[in-house]
Design a protein around this ligand. Structure first.
Ligand SMILES: [Zn+2]
Length: 201
């Protein structure tokens, strides 16, 4: 498994979309959607993703943000891509999490919060034992719209879709979010934020 940071994983989604134009993304339904899309819209999507990538590079977050809501709406909701597995493949979501999502776990639920409580306890012990500083592990961060099968999902952690971040990194991520909403305004109000945050402190 290739280790990816937040920047690489946005770059990878961008690559899949440009490959889809040539019918080579490896995901049939995405190829069809991109090839059917008029050129102006396609160019606009690339423009927005490139701009997002440029901003994300500056902040270099440890978890990738959700992709630009305009782009994800155009690729998902408005294009008729109802196939969750293909959407998950485009977004590089692990199969275990996609399968769990298909069982109608559409949001962070009680089970996730129970896991968060256990994680909090472990962190508390690490702080008490002097292994970490109180500001080292402050929040669980995920891209908005990504619902993991478990907060401890190794596959999601490997793909930079979940991370427990320090206080400083949490601030960095909030600043990145603000910058993205400023620079890439949109009217797809489904989610205004790029990250899901579970605060642990
Ligand atoms: Zn999973």
């Amino acid at each position: 498994m290739k280790i990816m940071n937040g920047v690489n994983s946005i770059g990878e989604i961008l690559n899949k979309i440009t490959n889809a134009k040539k019918g080579k993304s490896g995901i049939k339904s995405i190829d069809t959607i991109i090839q059917k899309m008029d050129d102006q819209k396609y160019e606009y999507i690339l423009y927005r993703l490139n701009k997002q990538l440029e901003i994300v590079k500056k902040y270099n977050p440890s978890v990738r943000p959700a992709i630009d809501p305009y782009v994800s709406s155009e690729l998902g909701v408005y294009s008729g891509l109802n196939n969750i597995e293909d959407y998950g493949a485009l977004m590089n979501y692990p199969d275990c999490c996609v399968k769990s999502f298909e069982t109608a776990r559409f949001g962070i639920d009680a089970e996730h919060l129970k896991e968060a409580e256990l994680i909090k306890k472990e962190i508390k012990n690490e702080v008490i034992n002097g292994k970490i500083n109180v500001k080292d592990k402050c929040a669980i961060i995920m891209p908005s719209g990504f619902i993991p099968c478990s907060l401890n999902c190794k596959n999601a952690i490997e793909r930079n879709l979940i991370n427990i971040v320090s206080y400083d990194e949490q601030i960095n991520i909030i600043e990145l979010e603000n910058k993205l909403s400023q620079e890439l305004p949109h009217y797809h109000g489904a989610y205004g934020e790029y990250y899901e945050k579970i605060i642990l402190l």
